[in-house]
Design a protein around this ligand. Structure first.
Ligand SMILES: Cc1ncc(COP(=O)(O)O)c(C=O)c1O
Length: 437
């Protein structure tokens, strides 16, 4: 469907240099599979799956059909004290994919809502256990957990925080896990994972373990440039949480649904979370949807404490929206029928070879990667962090290869339906553009 673009002025665009964009727009008018068509009639390849959210390729007709049928049949049901069968079926299907003892799913409309929901569930759980004094939340530097108040507070990206005041009180940040001492690592770095995770133990020693409700981490930090955890890091976090009754939350909004080589990062790294957030890839981005999975223990504790009434005073008007549930069910069917998680695993070696082949470029200062996810750091322009990345957005657009730039880092996440020729074009395009810097 094509709409006219008579006036670009009145859309207040998210995370965008609005004035610069409107002076020189980059509009997409059509997207199919791995390719997108720009407003000026060029074909581009999408090598970041949109924002990591379209692993099955753009505009899948199977999903459109499922959504359309649901919208004609049962477009909306209020989700408080009422329900729609698709939501229960989706929760059942998701449970089969979860790692560890995650078993129950709460539905939201985005990753940001999933993060805030997870943090609130953690607080509610502690209170239900008679541990209402546990109100501290632990996040990490260079984390991204979305843009709602809880997520803004626990995340660790300065630009996302500085405009908005102190946020939620009682938040502590562990150190990030990237180090200039171990560059160009494929998979998990070898160095000081346990020592970095011991930041959590230090918070327990300093503030009292019984003041801490939960620790939230992305198993692989995504938006800040694909920071794969050093060996032993996640295991040590789990150990400290177990010792002190702290809940461990994995934010799997990017790593979920096959992106790093298993259903979820929890399986890949063999570490259990008590709560896990999801969003991207759940509906292949056809309809906004997020989700939070909780363990039996978390669910049962909250249920027992609230027995007889509403157990959790939290929810959204569009929680488990029927159209989103239909989109998610159709997406899971595609993943299963086309074996897309296996395909991603098989393509990972070829993809990482292609990205790591950029190591010789003078402007490239580090490369990291796991599964179908990779980060390439570019040397910042003198005194202007982010300026080179901003330039790269335009240059990559002109070159016809799309990846997500965060600051001066390229975050690359091809759709799982990408073929070797797309990966080759990605490597050529990046070499051409980054080779000029
Ligand atoms: C790890 C993580 N958590 C949360 C979010 C927020 O998701 P959304 O943009 O859907 O609110 C993101 C988005 O990139 C993310 O990467």
């Amino acid at each position: 469907m094509r709409y006219p673009t008579n006036d670009l002025e009145h859309f207040f665009m998210p995370f965008t240099a609005n004035r610069a964009f409107k002076a020189k727009p980059r509009l997409m008018v059509s997207s199919k599979g791995v390719e997108c068509e720009s407003h000026d009639g060029r074909t581009l390849i999408d090598m970041s799956s949109g924002l990591f959210c379209v692993p099955a390729g753009h505009s899948r007709p199977e999903i459109a059909d499922a959504v359309s049928e649901m919208l004609r049949d049962c477009a909306y049901v209020q989700p408080f004290q009422h329900g729609q069968p698709a939501a229960f079926e989706l929760a059942r299907r998701l449970k089969a994919l979860y790692p560890g003892d995650l078993a129950y799913t709460f539905f939201t409309n985005s990753g940001s809502e999933s993060v805030d929901t997870a943090l609130k569930i953690a607080l509610a759980y502690q209170r239900a256990k008679g541990q209402g004094q546990r109100i501290r939340l632990v996040g990490r530097e260079r984390a991204y957990h979305g843009v709602n108040f809880g997520g803004t507070s626990v995340q660790g990206m300065v630009k996302n925080k500085e405009q908005f005041g102190p946020g939620v009180v009682g938040v502590l940040h562990m150190r990030h896990t990237w180090s200039k001492d171990e560059l160009y690592v494929r998979g998990q770095p070898e160095r000081n994972g346990v020592e970095l995770a011991d930041d959590l133990q230090r918070f327990c020693d300093l503030h009292g373990a019984d003041t801490i409700a939960a620790c939230i981490v992305e198993p692989v930090a995504g938006s800040t440039g694909i920071l794969v955890p050093p060996k032993g890091y996640l295991e040590r976090l789990r150990e400290i949480c177990d010792t002190h009754g702290i809940l461990l939350i994995f934010d799997e909004v990017i790593t979920g649904f096959g992106r790093i080589g298993g259903n979820f990062a929890g399986q890949v790294f063999g570490v259990k979370a008590d709560i896990m957030t999801m969003a991207k890839a759940l509906t292949n981005a056809a309809i906004p949807m997020g989700a939070v999975a909780v363990s039996d223990e978390v669910y049962d504790t909250i249920m027992d404490a609230g027995a007889g009434g509403v157990e959790l005073f939290h929810g959204y008007t569009y929680s488990a929206h029927p159209a989103a549930c239909a989109a998610a069910l159709a997406t899971l069917d595609i993943y299963e029928k086309e074996g897309l998680f296996e395909r991603a695993r098989e393509m990972s070696g070829y993809f990482l070879d292609a990205v790591f082949s950029l190591k010789d470029l003078p402007a490239v200062t580090d490369i990291r990667g796991i599964g179908m996810l990779a980060g390439v750091d570019l040397a910042p322009k003198d005194g202007k962090p982010g300026a080179r990345g901003g330039q790269a957005v335009q240059d990559l657009w002109d070159e016809g290869v799309l990846v997500k730039m965060t600051g001066d880092t390229a975050c690359i996440a091809p759709p799982f339906v990408a073929e070797k020729r797309h990966i080759d074009r990605l490597a050529d395009g990046l070499r051409k553009v980054f080779g000029r810097y």
